[in-house]
Design a protein around this ligand. Structure first.
Ligand code: NDP
Length: 237
């Protein structure tokens, strides 16, 4: 229906949370999905590989293996992310570096080995997972917000460089989504956060995955590139 049947898509952090929902929805649309993880594999996907996104050589091997076992990669979804929250004045430098390394540099390591082949084939779609924090900043999340804003600039630059090769690059910017990250927030704080959301609820992971599928689609979003789609219940636009 979306033209994703038998397309090979590589997702990072596909074992749980938003990443697992992306793997599930893409498979339901007929795609062959490879994903990586750090801890334990998830329930779906055609290929699951344990490799850290901060391992440049490992990510190149993961891309090669995906092409060898599943076929030419059509789509990439850099989704893996971590938080290490603190006010700027209290943030240890190691937490700054760790979040930038996983959330931003990890995305660069993910797309770099795949792009030359996409350019040759004149076909491909990349969808980065940013955040509300990357659009407007967030108290206690300087490292995370800086990394997520960096992803938007990376995606827009890639859109400009890749357009002539038939490759598109877009961003989904989720608001608060009910995964382990949000479930870990104390209930009282959750209540305060929900009051800030016009739709008065957190998102479900699949509500991000549908938008990812749309932006990957060679049919439904064929003329969309360099865009940021906020999926945040009206919290910020
Ligand atoms: P989870 O913590 O549930 O999942 C994070 C995923 O990233 C896991 O699959 C994890 O693998 C993987 N991961 C983390 N670090 C690495 C690493 N170094 N190498 C490989 N994989 C790694 O988070 P969410 O599903 O909530 O978040 C997914 C994305 O969505 C993130 O980029 C996050 O920033 C973004 N986002 C989430 C929001 C939310 O409210 N939940 C809001 C806005 C954006 P493993 O489990 O094996 O460690």
């Amino acid at each position: 229906m979306l033209g994703l049947e038998d397309k090979v898509v590589l997702v990072t952090g596909g074992n749980h949370g938003i990443g697992a929902a992306i793997v599930e929805v893409l498979e339901d649309f007929g795609a062959k999905v490879a994903y990586n993880y750090r801890s334990e594999p998830g329930p779906r996907g055609s290929l699951a590989v344990k490799v850290d996104v901060t391992d440049e050589a490992g990510m190149a091997e993961f891309a090669e293996r995906t092409e060898r076992e599943l076929g030419p990669i059509y789509g990439v979804v850099p989704n893996a992310g971590i938080i290490k929250d603190n006010l700027i004045i209290k943030m240890p430098a190691e937490d700054w570096h760790a979040v930038l390394e996983v959330n931003l540099t990890g995305a660069y390591y993910t797309i770099k080995p795949v792009l030359p082949k996409m350019y040759e084939r004149q076909e491909g779609s990349i969808v980065f997972i940013s955040s509300l924090g990357g659009q407007r900043g967030n108290i206690g999340q300087a490292n995370y917000s800086a990394a997520k804003a960096g992803l938007i600039a990376l995606a827009q630059t890639l859109a400009l460089e890749a357009a002539r090769y038939g490759v598109r690059s877009n961003v989904v910017a989720p608001g608060y989504t009910e995964t382990d990250i949000v479930k870990g927030i104390p209930e009282k704080v959750q209540e305060v956060l929900i009051k800030q959301i016009p739709m008065r609820r957190f998102a479900q992971p699949k509500e991000m995955a549908w938008v990812v599928a749309f932006l990957l689609s060679p049919i439904a979003s064929s003329y969309i590139t360099g865009q940021v789609i906020p999926v945040n219940g009206g919290q910020y636009f």
